[in-house]
Write a protein that binds this ligand. Structure first.
Ligand SMILES: [Mn+2]
Length: 452
């Protein structure tokens, strides 16, 4: 059970080759304290070897987390000496981890303690890069925020499942495929590697992640692709004891949607994106709760006001989403602003949008500064709504993407349930015969006849 360790120190052994285990203590010092004690740890690490970080996106959803953990583990097990220290990094401060309820749930289920994880505020990537020691693999995103622009030179490998938005040097290995989950690409990478690397825990993490991202492989939800289906089948064929994917999906979905323990502020932060205009910043929060319940939360208006003021948001759009038994999404919208003219402008843009039409129907709202809607077009996820809001804020429908860059926030990754995979359209029906053939081929590749 390689993920289990008694504490953060022993964790690093997993990502070190035997040759550099001696560096463990020093490396640990660097990792956990470098942001506060830069000079000394760099001296420490300079005696050692490359630090290869595998890092997910800033949303740090389950896909980013599991993709980073699983790929770092795979690299550590398969890279040839002299090995780097392979470190999966969760791209949020440790203090935000509690908001990732589905992730904390799944890791807890598999006895992976929080203390074994390395968060972005616990490792000084810029310092490592400055010392010439950093290699970076990006999973589940491929555009770094401007604050991380200096790290681009360190990127050697990208695995992502959204359309390529920027070029990388030819020396950078690119795996960019429009599948439902980055965990699918990681699973495929592992399946193509030497046999025997995939262990039960890693398989279970990947399995659960693909199921969650693909809405339990449901074509109706528009996220799954045949490759996601294949990887789930592959994992189940390798580890038949994996629980039925229905039960895993339901447990993960429940955990993801379990905002019962969160404050309104935490709910708003949990799945937050922003769009900037010339003067205004608009926030869009995915909220996993029926809109009626949300609007009736005690202290809601005060919480919204405090949240927006503290962060400089002029408008907040809450996109609520819930799923029926067939995993079909129901979406509702709430538009909050103390500025009535601005609120109306945003509402009009949403009501009149044609690409796509959201088919909004006004819902009664208990608050004059909140407009609420049922969204008839339930397939229009946040990814579709974001450009509408960006245009409303002054980007203008005719503005070229390049010119928008300054106004737009860094392209942040999209992978929550209120969003969509790049393949939002209906996927081609899966032919069971083709799946079986492919799985059996992959399984064969995993289990070559005894060669030794
Ligand atoms: Mn993803």
């Amino acid at each position: 059970m390689p993920w289990i360790s008694s504490g953060s120190r022993s964790y690093l052994v997993l990502y070190h080759s035997a040759e550099v285990v001696v560096a463990e203590e020093d490396a640990q010092l660097l990792l956990l304290h470098s942001c506060r004690q830069l000079t000394q740890p760099v001296e420490h690490i300079q005696q050692h070897q490359e630090v290869h970080v595998v890092m997910g996106n800033e949303a740090c959803d389950l896909d980013s987390t599991v993709s980073a953990l699983a790929l770092a583990y795979f690299l550590a097990k398969t890279s040839v000496p002299p090995k780097a220290a392979f470190i999966p990094v969760l791209n949020i401060p440790r203090s935000d981890f509690a908001l990732r309820t589905e992730t904390t749930f799944l890791l807890r289920e598999h006895n992976i303690p929080d203390s074994s994880l390395i968060f972005r505020d616990e490792i000084d990537l810029l310092g490592l890069h400055g010392a010439g020691l950093l290699s970076l693999t990006l999973v589940d995103h491929h555009v770094l925020p401007s604050t991380d622009a200096a790290l681009e030179e360190a990127v050697v490998d990208v695995l992502d499942h959204r359309p390529l938005e920027r070029e990388w040097a030819p020396s950078c290995q690119l795996t960019v495929e429009l599948v439902g989950s980055c965990a699918t690409l990681v699973t495929e990478r592992i399946a193509q590697g030497p046999p025997g690397v995939l262990d039960r825990t890693t398989a279970a993490l990947l399995h659960g992640t693909i199921l969650l991202d693909s809405i339990n492989l449901s074509p109706a939800a528009g996220k799954v692709t045949p490759r996601d289906v294949l990887c789930v089948s592959l994992l189940e064929s390798r580890f038949p004891e994996l629980p039925p994917h229905d039960s895993i999906y339901k447990a993960l979905q429940a955990a993801k949607f379990d905002v019962s323990g969160l404050t309104t502020e935490q709910m708003l932060r949990k799945d937050l994106k922003t769009v900037s205009g010339d003067e205004q910043v608009l926030a869009i929060s995915g909220i996993y709760m029926d809109i009626e319940l949300f609007l009736r939360r005690p202290g809601l208006l005060q919480d919204l006001e405090t949240f927006c003021q503290a962060r400089g948001y002029s408008v907040l759009v809450a996109m609520t989403v819930s799923f029926n038994e067939c995993y079909e999404p129901t979406r509702q919208l709430a538009v909050y602003s103390q500025n009535g003219a601005l609120r109306n402008m945003v509402c009009c843009a949403l009501e009149e949008a044609t690409a796509p039409a959201l088919q909004l129907q006004a819902l009664p709202s208990p608050w004059p500064c909140i407009s609420a809607y049922a969204q008839g077009n339930s397939l229009a996820s946040r990814k579709k709504v974001l450009p509408i809001l960006r245009a409303a804020l002054g980007g203008g429908p005719g503005t070229a993407a390049g010119q928008e860059e300054e106004a737009a926030p860094p392209p942040t990754p999209m992978n929550s349930l209120v969003e969509e995979s790049p393949l939002a359209q209906a996927v081609p029906p899966v032919c069971p015969q083709a799946v079986l053939e492919r799985v059996s081929r992959m399984a064969t590749e995993q289990h070559p006849p005894d060669s030794k």
